[in-house]
Design a protein around this ligand. Structure first.
Ligand code: SF4
Length: 72
């Protein structure tokens, strides 16, 4: 699964980091960055994306590029 953070949408709530600290961390500007998209299960990462208040985490199928979350 491809995991991207929309830096324009992220407001540094760090909920994603709380759910999946091996995948997400806050950078020096308090914006979430993806450290390792394979460090957690897809299910856990989907949960992290769902708890993000600004829907800044974008999940896509690696091979097809099809959007998984948030729904377009
Ligand atoms: S939960 Fe969303 S807004 Fe908060 S740090 Fe993570 S990506 Fe950014």
């Amino acid at each position: 699964m491809k995991v991207t953070v929309d830096r324009a949408k992220c407001e540094g709530y760090a909920k994603c980091v709380g759910v999946s600290p091996k995948v997400f961390k806050l950078d020096e500007k308090f914006i979430s960055v993806v450290i390792d998209p394979k460090a957690d299960t897809d299910q856990k990462i989907l949960f992290a994306a769902k708890v993000c208040p600004t829907k800044a985490i974008i999940l896509e199928e690696e091979e097809t590029g099809k959007r998984i979350f948030p729904e377009a």
